[in-house]
Design a protein around this ligand. Structure first.
Ligand code: ADP
Ligand code: ASP
Ligand code: MG
Length: 419
């Protein structure tokens, strides 16, 4: 008899009717003889609604109180799901994150799990109960309630799976697996049957929100196999696991879009040594996470410096930009919130020159202007206007033939494949 962890996202438990469907799925797993731990998210848009509610009270609420508020969403779900299972005649017990020993650091609103003290879950399983755990929340060693960052219920599920030694961590969502691009944006995107932790990490880090980045990191570090699948159908989804010798590894794994950043430009900064240091020291002191940076060519002794930051850091970034403009005698700062980071991801880039060139050409053929560019060995990212995001993702998906099994990478004259 094995242990399985099943995680259900917000849409999967969005209504009482959906709760009942999920309860049926859970009891079927229990009927097959598995011991089942279920991790559940807040219903539907509950977390967004709570954030909106807080913003009406205070645009910059204290993070401790934010966690106290957000943790309530998952608490509603666990109780209702336990009731739905009881109604089927099975025994279930719900627990909050703190109750099942999800211990975190003090990073309120984006806390990291330090340890899972899974004894209480194990005891309830041994007692024959179906165990329902609130995702997304934990507790610091001194008893403060924390949350794990948006999408953090996936991380709770993987951490519990590692803690109880589960055979698999099933992440049930509203799509039937991980696709070569968001299927809502690219209708002919292809489902990936099996993907390595490494490739999945890169997809998740760059906007493939179907699996939370920290969850994939945790799974890789603890060897937890993830099965990402639909709560609306029974068809198999995507297995995320350690790469093995004969595992099919795509040259290009997929195209992602991340709209969660904004671009800040400091205009007419005097161009002399130490200026970049001054700008980014201010940002760091204000706890702003800077991602991509570009400095324009200097004209008449001044230059523009642009960089991207998470939208969630914008209030602090604006304040820091005010200080920078004053300190350096720059002209002004401007923020563009409507940007999107489009990334092409694939381990095959290391050995296929010309991928970046083909990406830039496909974007230009689609009439999409590129604002900033950054690369790693297995990723090329372009920042484009938010209005162009869907066009850009579709153009890249088509140009690299990602709907087909065979990936097309045009050869660049003088750059044969694998050279
Ligand atoms: P849940 O509430 O179940 O956690 P999420 O909204 O967090 O669900 O994640 C599922 C969504 O992720 C899908 O509805 C889909 O639009 C989006 N998505 C983005 N990129 C991808 C991708 N590469 N493959 C599949 N889904 C993706
Ligand atoms: N409810 C939280 C969120 O909306 C956590 C999750 O769903 O994973 O981000
Ligand atoms: Mg999610």
């Amino acid at each position: 008899m094995g242990i399985i962890v099943q995680k259900y996202g917000g849409t999967s438990v969005g209504t009482p009717e959906r709760m009942r469907v999920v309860a049926d799925r859970i009891v079927k797993a229990a009927d097959r003889g598995d011991r089942v731990v279920v991790v559940v998210s807040a219903m539907g848009d509950f977390t967004d609604d709570l954030i909106e509610l807080a913003a009406q009270i205070d645009p910059e609420p204290p993070e401790r109180e934010m966690d106290m508020l957000l943790a309530t969403g998952e608490q509603v779900s666990i109780a209702l799901l336990a009731m739905a299972i009881h109604a089927t005649g099975y025994r279930a017990i719900s627990f909050t994150g703190p109750q099942v020993g999800i211990m975190t650091d003090h990073g309120h609103t984006k806390a990291k799990i330090l340890e899972v003290r899974a004894d209480r879950v194990r005891a309830a399983l041994e007692d024959g109960q179906i165990v329902i755990v609130a995702g997304f929340q934990g507790m610091t060693p001194d008893g403060q309630i924390t949350t794990l960052g948006r999408g953090g219920s996936d991380t709770t599920a993987v951490a519990i799976a590692a803690g109880v030694g589960a055979d698999v961590c099933e992440i049930y969502t509203d799509v039937d697996g991980v696709y070569t691009a968001d299927p809502r944006v690219v209708p002919d995107a292809r489902k990936i049957d099996e993907i390595s932790y490494e490739a999945m990490l890169e997809l998740a880090a760059n906007g493939a929100g179907v699996l939370n980045l920290r969850a994939v990191e945790f799974a890789r570090n603890h060897g937890v196999v993830i099965h990402c699948r639909s709560s609306f159908t029974d068809i198999p989804g995507t297995i995320v696991r350690e790469a093995y010798d004969s595992m099919e590894q795509a040259i290009i794994s997929g195209v992602t879009c991340d709209s969660s950043e904004a671009k800040v430009t400091i205009r007419d900064v005097p161009d002399h040594p130490g200026v970049a240091a001054a700008v980014f020291t201010r940002m760091a002191e204000s706890n702003v996470n800077v991602d991509m940076i570009i400095q324009n060519i200097s004209e008449a002794g001044t230059t523009d410096i642009s960089f991207t930051v998470p939208e969630t850091d914008l209030v602090r970034a604006r304040r820091a930009a005010d200080a920078v403009v004053q300190e350096l005698g720059a002209r002004e700062w401007v923020v563009d919130e409507s940007i999107a980071k489009i990334s092409l991801i694939g381990a095959g880039m290391k050995t296929h020159p010309g991928v970046a060139a083909q990406m830039f050409r496909a974007l230009s053929d689609a009439g999409v202007n590129i604002d900033l560019i950054s690369t790693s060995t297995i990723r090329v990212t372009c920042v484009v206007s938010g209005d162009d995001a869907a066009t850009a993702v579709r153009a890249l998906h088509a140009s690299f033939g990602l709907s087909e099994d065979e990936i097309t990478i045009e050869s660049i004259p003088g750059c044969g494949e694998g050279e």
